[in-house]
Design a protein around this ligand. Sequence first.
Ligand code: PEP
Length: 254
Amino acid sequence: MRNKIVAGNWKMNTIVREGVALASDINVSLKDINLPENVKIILAPPFTHIAFVEQVTDDKKIIIAGQNCSSEEQGAYTGEISAKMLKMIGCSAVIIGHSERRAYFCETSETLAKKTEQALKNELTPIFCCGEKLEEREAGNHFNIVKNQISESLFNLSEKNFSKIVIAYEPVWAIGTGVTATKEQAQEMHEFIRKTVAEKYGNNTAEKLTILYGGSVKPDNAAEIFSMPDVDGGLIGGASLKADSFVDIVKAIL
Ligand code: PEP
């Protein structure tokens, strides 16, 4: 059975006190929910919050993730946070290649391949983001764009390492815009991603791959999107900043 994941990406929001309160509220609400073995809940707070959030969350129910990591192992890279630093502070996963990082911080496929390698080396699950811009979809280029993003950064991995990856399909036009992909659009792309992975790594690896949808998922649309056969959960931005809405989205996957 595939793992299902609901992951909250807090981005550059909340100060530590607010983040701890948010994590703690989520933790309390999840106490009353029986999570099946294959359902994982992930929180990705800002780096400064991780050590504190880790202390107020039950590590049997909540996995902590970084929102990014360095492509380098260590050294003179002022301002960077390494995968090892994340691992040592309690993270088990890291978001890699979010469209905001690609757009505002010029992250290339090559950089993202190196970040993925660092994550895997340090036993962090990479949550690898991909997704097309609106003009790319309108030009009918969305499948090519997503295929290239995945193949350029991930297809040098061994099958064993690839099987540790989680992919998040996040159409850029749906992130933070309030416009969600329809369930059919999400399913169509997730099915395409699974087929692309099957061609490279075989059906077995593709069938086990967890593929998340991200882009304006809210409590009122989560169940519909999660009902699609190739959608294995969500990467949630705005709606993960309120405990109630995040927990309602978690309930939609059960
Ligand atoms: C995201 O940033 O990964 C995201 C999906 O944001 P939002 O849910 O706010 O669209």
